[in-house]
Design a protein around this ligand. Sequence first.
Ligand code: ZN
Length: 388
Amino acid sequence: MAGNWAVSSYSGEFSFETKQNLRELYLNRCSVCEQKRVSPYGHPEVEAAHIHPAQHGGPNRETNGLLLCRRCHWGFDSGWLGLEDDHTIIVADEDAAHGYEYFQQFGGKPLLSPTLDDLQPEPRFIQVHRRLFGFESLVSGDVLTIGGLRDSQTRLVDGRRLIIEGGEEDALVVNCRVSSVGTQTVRCEHQTTLEKRPETVAEPADPRVDTQTDPSLEGLEKSARTIKSDYSGVEQKWEWGRLFRTTRAQHGLSRAEIAAKLPIDGTSKNQIQRAERVYDMFPNRDFEGPVLSFSAIAELQRAFPQPEDARAVYDCIAATGVELSVWETRAWVELLLDDVSVTRETVQQSLEEHPSLSPYDHTRGRKLDTHIQHILTVHAASHSTVTR
Ligand SMILES: [Zn+2]
């Protein structure tokens, strides 16, 4: 059955922060062999690995990442290792003797789980990896999101050449539909250009420093505790974000150093980063009521690493006044990034891929239909304001 693999248009390297997050999520262990090797200099020998490869348009986010030792990374990227949707490890050619019998011991075992449940590897990325490496067959009608194109073609990792017909010269990331699958080549028809090749790369904006407050290092813990008791939710994160960003800028400290100074729940290095991103998204503290929870905003930030982009999407949702859950936000972001025509069916399919939402959201007592209607409402209202 044909699948649709359209994903985020972001391709390339994991950011330094995402790599650090992956190290923390898997506690510096290889997610396949669970080894924790350290160099003679004390550096953990683990690498951040894409599941849906970056050169095929896989996004640079934690849920498309694994933390692997060098040997398992090579095994995963060369197609010896794959994953089932439930994170069971599968091994290629189990009967064949290629000198790589080493990997067979991991077949059928579960992948190491990350420390945060909502950053588990997503099945849709795992499915792409299985198809690209021959664990499952490509079939006509599959829609691939492919990035890193040169000369209108790229090479599939299992050795077949991918030919995209009807593409544009300056396309960086495209959606294309598989039209025929041969032993040497896979032909695709270009469908949509998701991202054009940039002419220049913009420098990231300098972190804003709030000059209204001047927190001393001595007062840092007290200020952080006051904020924790006076505020909650997004407000709390924003206040913390301003405090930490300002303190870091004025005293030249890293997030890890700030975290080490604060014996307060919720101020780990990662949580400090999330708080600072809320501050970056709302420089004028102009967020509205409970449109999105902090968790839902964090979801936007994962999909849109630039604060301005995340803010633009937030504004679209806020403009409708519709309150969205984390899962609704995630589904909505997918629709936005997919650049496919949105129908009730595609939304339903997208939601059904997230089992925690289906068929009822017990915590809020709403039926799936209600979720879908909310997302369609939001999408309709925002369609003209967010462009790629
Ligand atoms: Zn390993």
